[in-house]
Each structure stands twice: as structure tokens, then as C-alpha cells.
Design a protein around this ligand. Structure first.
Ligand code: NAD
Ligand code: ZN
Length: 363
């Protein structure tokens, strides 16, 4: 199944399906990355033993010259020191401006490899080969970054891939916690845009969690379609694109305070979406949406309250540090109903504090 991100001459296709990997040489060719070019694969230590040989074999058979770098798994790899190491390995491999980087992995590898590609010799081509469910979100849209100890995704760029090749077969080896985290962003795409998609996710929760391939492809296609529609409208986040941050003002703060490993991105966003719904209710922007938000997240085995005690002051402080807090103001994406959100930059601290207290107690 194919989608296109429409961005003029930087438009690119997203291919979703079982067995897409086998088509990679043809898809690269179509994206004008022919086999006279060197390819540099970035992957992590969990994904490499599972899929690297297979990808390299497919590409070698098609005549490509291939190099690779295997980084540590997890958020730690989105750092300047790992970035420098990948740069060094790419330079040693003799990559030039015509070469391309391939990100084989989840959002971490995609963000890291994308940022390397964005800055290597002022920018070379890159291709996303997502291997997590969550990466339906991170692989589309061209936001690439590494973290700084003082903030997540603070060092980054906009650099669109030439191609997203999403093989659903690769998702079968995902640990269950990562599957749930991926569904958090799938659900987010429903909550910001499309109530009928939310209903469909509610109805098909069992089949999806069994990884029924038809349902899975449909879910990814629909979630990616929302992202594509938003990004095609507002590539550089001048306005509309900010709605993709539903649950993220809270979520990034939770992630930062808990440590990325205790609460992964999807889990933090899930709790953050509950918080946003509660805040919207408290402000009178919405009514009775937090229960339904909680219910669907629970259907997908996601947390809906804070698993650790967090001081409200510390959370608010972390939110202000987040780059989305423009000039220290707290910016929230708040649901007005299921399937619609609005962006608010004028929220006082008091209701935010109330919500944080309620979240500690589990609602
Ligand atoms: P991840 O890349 O760390 O992957 C999660 C874990 O699953 C890792 O341990 C990884 O090694 C393992 N893994 C990956 N594929 C596997 C497979 N097929 N089988 C078995 N194990 C596998 O994390 P993620 O959840 O994919 O991505 C999170 C990152 O994405 C965060 O850094 C977040 O900031 C970023 N993100 C970016 C955007 C964007 O627009 N650029 C959007 C959303 C999230
Ligand atoms: Zn996210």
C-alpha cells in the first residue's frame, strides 16, 4: 500500500506491506538512488542481528556497495557522541555527496541517521526502513534530531527522507512494551484528527494486538495518512503541525524526569494524552473525553497514570525547558472532542498542577 507525502520536488512515497524489504532495490531505483551510489546503513544492536544480513543481502544482490554502523539500542544513541562516531565511520567508508544513509530501526535510529544525513557534507539522501510500530510516526515528516543533556531533540533539523519502506513482517519480533508504545502514537493520530479511526481502533483492539497483518497495515496506513496530511500542509511547524504534539508537553516532561528507560516515549505520551484530556475538561474546553481516552489506551495495554511520584513543580519546570514552551510559556494541544484538538498558549499553572496531582493518584 502506498501513500505520498506531497512536498513539491521533495515529495516521497511511503510503502507499507508484508515483504516490502524484498522490493527495496526497485524502490531505491525509483527514488533515484541507483546502484552506483554507496549506501550506509545505520542500525542498532537489537535490530542488527535480526535483519541487517537480510537487508544487506538484498542490496548486494542488486549491486549496491554497502557499509554499516551498529549503535547501542535505546535513547542513549541519540547523542552527539554517537552522532560523531557514525560521522567518522561514514567518512572512513568514503561516503560522498551522492551516497545515501539508510535508517534500519525504530525512531531512535531514524532520528539519529536522519540527522547525520542532514548534516553530512551539508545534506545527503536518506531512506527510512522503520522496524517499530512507533516509527510510523517518526519516519514520516522529516524531523530529525539528537538529544542534549539539557533537552530532548534540541539539536536537529528538517530533512525529509527520499523513501519510507515499511515492512510489517519486521514488526513481529517487537517486545510487547514497544508494541504498546507504538499504538500510543497510532491512537494519537486518531485523537487529533479522525473520530471514525478512533472507533475503528476501539473495535479492532484484539485483532490488532494479535498482529493480524491486514488490520495492522490498515492501522499504519490510516495513522500515517493523518501525519502525511498534517505535514504536507505545514512542513516546518509554523502552525497546524503542532497538533501532532498532543500529549507531548506533558509526555516529554515525564520522560525527562523518569529517565527514558523507565518510561518510554509512547508510554509517556499515553499518560500525557490523558493529562491533556483532563486539563481540557478542567478548563471547560471539553467534556467527558478523558474516560474514553483512558479506556482506549488501556485496551492497548498502555499506562494512564503516573507510575512514579513526580513533583508538580519539577514537571512544570521541565515543560518550560522543553523547546515547545515558547519563551517559557506553556503550550498545550488540548482535545475539544474526540478527533479534534486546539493549541493553547495561555494556560495558567494552577489547573496544570491540579491535573498533575490527580494523575499521581491515578485519576
Ligand atoms: P527505539 O528506536 O529505541 O526502538 C525501541 C526498541 O525496540 C529498541 O530497543 C530497539 O532496539 C528495539 N527494536 C526496534 N525494532 C525492533 C524489531 N523489529 N524487533 C525487535 N526489537 C526491535 O524507539 P522507538 O519507540 O521506535 O522510537 C522512539 C524515538 O522516536 C524517540 O527518540 C522519539 O523522540 C522519536 N520520535 C521521533 C519523531 C519524529 O517526528 N522524528 C516522532 C515520534 C518519535
Ligand atoms: Zn511522539
Amino acid at each position: 500500500r502506498r501513500l505520498t507525502v506531497e512536498l513539491g520536488e521533495r515529495s516521497y512515497p511511503i510503502w507499507i506491506g508484508a515483504g516490502v524489504l524484498g522490493e527495496l532495490p526497485r524502490l531505491l531505483e525509483e527514488a533515484s538512488i541507483d546502484n552506483r551510489r554507496k549506501l550506509f546503513i545505520v542500525t542498532d544492536e537489537h535490530v542488527a542481528p535480526l535483519y541487517l544480513d537480510k537487508v544487506e543481502a538484498v542490496l548486494r544482490t542488486a549491486g549496491y556497495m554497502i557499509y554499516h554502523s551498529i549503535v547501542e539500542a535505546g535513547e542513549k544513541a541519540k547523542s552527539l557522541s554517537v552522532y560523531e562516531r557514525v560521522m567518522t565511520e561514514a567518512l572512513e567508508a568514503g561516503l560522498d555527496r551522492q551516497s545515501a544513509f539508510l535508517a534500519l530501526g525504530g525512531g531512535v535510529v531514524g532520528d539519529l541517521a536522519g540527522f547525520v544525513a542532514a548534516t553530512y557534507m551539508r545534506g545527503v539522501a536518506f531512506v527510512q526502513i522503520p522496524t517499530t510500530l512507533l516509527a510510523h510516526d517518526s519516519s514520516v515528516g522529516g524531523k530529525v534530531a539528537v538529544n542534549h543533556p539539557l533537552g530532548k531533540n534540541i539539536i536537529g533539523a528538517f530533512h525529509q527522507p527520499r523513501l519510507v519502506a515499511y515492512d510489517t513482517e519486521l514488526l513481529r519480533t517487537l517486545p510487547s512494551r514497544e508494541v504498546a508504545a507504538g499504538f500510543a502514537e497510532v491512537i494519537k493520530h486518531g485523537l487529533i484528527w479522525d473520530e471514525t479511526f478512533v472507533e475503528w481502533l476501539e473495535q479492532n483492539a484484539d485483532g490488532l494486538q494479535r498482529f493480524d497483518d491486514n488490520l495492522l497495515q490498515e492501522a499504519l496506513l490510516r495513522a500515517c495518512s493523518v501525519k502525511v496530511a498534517v505535514v504536507s500542509e505545514d512542513e516546518k511547524e509554523r502552525g497546524l503541525r503542532a497538533i501532532l504534539n498532543l500529549g507531548h508537553t506533558f509526555g516529554h516532561a515525564f520522560e525527562a524526569l523518569c529517565g527514558y528507560e523507565k518510561l518510554n516515549h509512547g508510554e509517556a505520551v499515553a499518560i500525557g494524552m490523558v493529562a491533556a484530556a483532563m486539563l481540557a475538561e478542567r478548563l471547560g474546553i471539553a467534556s467527558s473525553i478523558s474516560n474514553r481516552t483512558r479506556r482506549i489506551l488501556e485496551q492497548y495495554s498502555l499506562p494512564v497514570a503516573l507510575p512514579y511520584v513526580m513533583e508538580a513543580d519539577a514537571v512544570i519546570e521541565a515543560m518550560r525547558r522543553d523547546k515547545k514552551g515558547e519563551g517559557g510559556k506553556l503550550v498545550f494541544v488540548l482535545p475539544t472532542t474526540i478527533g479534534k484538538v486546539e493549541i493553547r498558549k495561555d494556560i495558567a499553572e494552577e489547573p496544570v498542577r491540579d491535573v498533575l496531582h490527580a494523575l499521581q493518584e491515578g485519576g
